[in-house]
Design a protein around this ligand. Structure first.
Ligand code: XIL
Length: 390
């Protein structure tokens, strides 16, 4: 029945979508009473892909008016699961020793519970957005291995414990493989965690998280690990973690890609490789930018502050035309191919999470990477993902 209504919905949508999206007055759309009905009557990705994997987004509730009524409607109607974009990161939630700032993360949990949206935690251990106090002693000198390990334990126990039974799974460690290629080794990033503790900090993090919530799924999350040297290093790392008894459920392939470098073949193979280790897969931060080179590094080409115009700049007439229909169609084709690959591996994939709800609420806002535009109108990419359902 659910499937039938999803298909009917698709059909109505495909007919309706012959009206050019740009023809809808964008300002009007946000204020008209029927503007929410318009969103409610779209096909729902979470229903269309219900038998394959969960569909997710990232969210944060730092202020009550972060999201418009239309944004909220998109969130509630399209997504099964949410990842906090920033509010559970160490720097945000645990800014200094003994100080915990739960407000935004608790608000997210409340919203998700009220709207039957599951929550995945992000992220317990990372080299970014992590304050220095973790690594310093009382004199401001380098803390001992013992002290940093104790802090790692306390951080994970308290955070995972706070949300015990409420979080589906945690990104336990984020982005630990280095970018500079060294495919024959684990090639661990020389982060403050690595320097303070050594390469076993990753195993410890998984063990502490498992002790704090034995029912939560636990993930290793990274960018670029679906291809090349980073993929090889990630395989070595995962084999070691499994051998050392780290309770790991899945690998998160972040999926920050651009139209220039969609790695279809490599992704297909990487999913199979991880599955051969007995692991599940999350596509954990999916976006496909129209411009730029993709990747997941913070600020490689200025992503976090990406402007509303193409990164390459250009003459003003070009700017006015951004995004072009051709770019939007290429993005739609790219997303369709990705969803074909995801469906092929539906037995391995737990969830596909978009990194944002629309082209406004995105860390790559200027490069228009998502399925909805800044006013929550569905883009050609949305249609393509709907139609990609086999
Ligand atoms: C990004 C957020 O989207 C931004 O708001 C923040 O300024 C920086 O972090 N990989 C990750 C995410 O694992 O946590 C990052 O999120 C994007 C790259």
């Amino acid at each position: 029945m659910k499937e039938l209504s999803a298909h009917l919905c698709c059909l109505l949508f495909l007919v309706a979508s012959f009206v050019p999206l740009g023809a809808k007055g964008q300002d009007n759309a946000a204020t008209q009473p029927d503007s929410l009905v318009e969103i409610q009557s779209l096909p729902r990705l979470k229903d269309i892909y219900a038998k394959d994997f969960l569909i997710g987004t990232c969210l944060d509730f730092y202020s009550p008016d972060t999201y418009s009524a239309r944004d909220l409607e998109v969130i509630k109607s399209q997504f099964d699961v949410a990842t906090p974009e920033n509010s559970m990161k160490p720097g945000n939630i645990h800014p200094s020793e003994g100080q915990w700032d739960w407000a935004a993360a608790d608000a997210l949990m409340k919203f998700c519970q009220e709207n039957s949206i599951q929550v995945t935690g992000h992220t317990l251990v990372w080299h970014e957005q992590t304050p220095n106090w973790f690594f310093l002693d009382a004199n401001g000198d380098k803390a001992s291995r013992q002290q940093v390990l104790a802090r790692l334990k306390e951080h994970i126990e308290t955070l995972v414990g706070h949300f015990k039974g409420k979080v589906k799974g945690w990104d336990v460690v984020n982005e630990v493989v280095r970018d500079r290629p060294d495919p024959n080794t684990e090639n661990l990033r020389p982060s403050r965690w690595f320097h303070a503790i050594g390469s076993d900090y990753i195993t410890w993090a998984f063990k502490y998280a498992h002790e704090a919530d034995p029912n939560a799924e636990l993930y290793y999350n990274d960018y670029g690990i679906e291809q090349g040297a980073k993929h090889k290093s990630s395989m070595l790392l995962l084999k070691r973690l499994i051998h050392d008894g780290a309770p790991i459920t899945a690998v998160g392939i972040q999926g920050h890609w651009s139209l220039r470098n969609l790695p279809y073949k490599e992704l297909d193979q990487a999913i199979a490789d991880y599955q051969s280790l007995g692991l599940k897969i999350n596509i954990s931060e999916l976006d496909v930018t129209l411009t730029g080179s993709g990747g997941g590094q913070l600020n490689p080409g200025g992503n976090a502050g990406a402007s509303a115009t193409p990164a390459s700049g250009g003459v003003s007439s070009r700017r006015r035309r951004f995004p072009t229909p051709e770019q939007l169609q290429a993005q739609a084709d790219g997303y369709a191919k990705l969803f074909q690959i995801f469906q092929k591996h539906k037995d391995a994939i737990i969830r596909v999470t978009f990194w944002g709800i629309n082209d406004h609420h995105s860390w790559e806002a200027g490069r228009r990477p998502l399925l909805f535009d800044g006013q929550d109108n569905p883009k050609p990419a949305f249609r393509a993902v709907v139609q990609a359902k086999d």
